[in-house]
Design a protein around this ligand. Sequence first.
Ligand code: SF4
Ligand code: SF4
Length: 417
Amino acid sequence: MEKELRRLLNKCVRCGTCRSECPILAEVGFEGASPRGLIFLLQGLLSGQVAAKKMADRVYNCLLCDACTAVCPSGVEITNLIRTSRMELGRIPAFGPLLKLALNMFLTRPTLVAAGSRLLWAYQRSGLDRALRNTGILRILPGDLGRAEHMLPPLSIRTARGMLPELIPAVGKRRYRVGYFLGCATNLLYPQVAQALVRVLAANGCEVVIPKEMRCCGIPHLTYGLVDTYAELVQSNLQVFKEAKVDAIISDCASCTATLSQMGKQPLGCNADLPWDEAAKMAKKVWDFSAFLVDELGPNRIKRDLAGKVTYHDPCHLARGVHVTRQPRHLLGKLGLELVEMPNADVCCGAAGTFALAHYDLSMAILKKKIDGVGRTGAPLVATSCPACIMQLTAGVKAYGVPAKVIHPAELAAQAY
Ligand code: SF4
Ligand code: SF4
């Protein structure tokens, strides 16, 4: 592992091309926070010249947005190396073992996640959230959790899983049997997205299966270096989709789509004995919702045209993870909407999963630039294919006073079917 890590790090020729793309460097402005600086520090860590203690904050000060990796002329997989270093360090700043426990024991169990969601619903519904916010007591929470708490959208008492049956028949003649990968964020935060997606797929001749035993895709575990838990989740989801006998696996979450598309790739430092070849075959069945609708189904059964302007934000994991940028735009046009491009549509919005929970100010500064771009389009709708981006952009338009609604393309498509 160490030898392989050294080989991968040594591919860097220090050209600095990656520096121009890094949203973090653009904000903080010092080399140590740049992708090249991180590679340099990781080399130092490996040779024992840099103390591990010094590194933990640095390697978590990254959005894992892949913008650097996408432009590196030497093919350095910067984001993967940063993830591997998180695993090697084994320490999560600000949250420590508590977060590890939550990721390993809680997020891997759908029933516990649903119970947690009900507690949060009660917390919001009772008004306790506003009361605690006003007292300022939330500041005692670790990291920036207390400051970022307001970004949580109003929850529904029922999750998407609770609202939808396990099998939804196709409308008319069945063309495909698809598995819907109902990710944690859509399930808990945006059940209306799940309902819309299922409706559009069924209207386009898909029988939709939502397997009960499906678990988290594992991206939070990869992000925090918990590769063994990630491998356990891959194995479990692989089995679930094998048994479901589906032609395709559809996801409405950019992060789940990118993670599942890579499920056959054994992460560096992971020694789990898994059928990775089988997982690679399953990964080929994974589709983003818009890509499946546009490239495979053909969105031709639209019943009514929508009208008005829309702008589109490219989630990092969709644009650079699976190279899906054309299809959501094509879909919006097909629905009758006028697409107005925002500047830097593919630059990270600062969400990056849980980034704001430990780096609130930095996340907001990156978000501000994104919202400035949204405002310049004058579009009343911002479409994006990721629940984390929806949450971040919704907080952004509210905070910076831009009159726009953030929405998933599936929700717009459902209005037209
Ligand atoms: S672009 Fe690639 S080779 Fe150049 S400094 Fe960045 S990581 Fe190194
Ligand atoms: S992944 Fe994004 S935030 Fe992290 S170093 Fe690369 S460009 Fe910067």
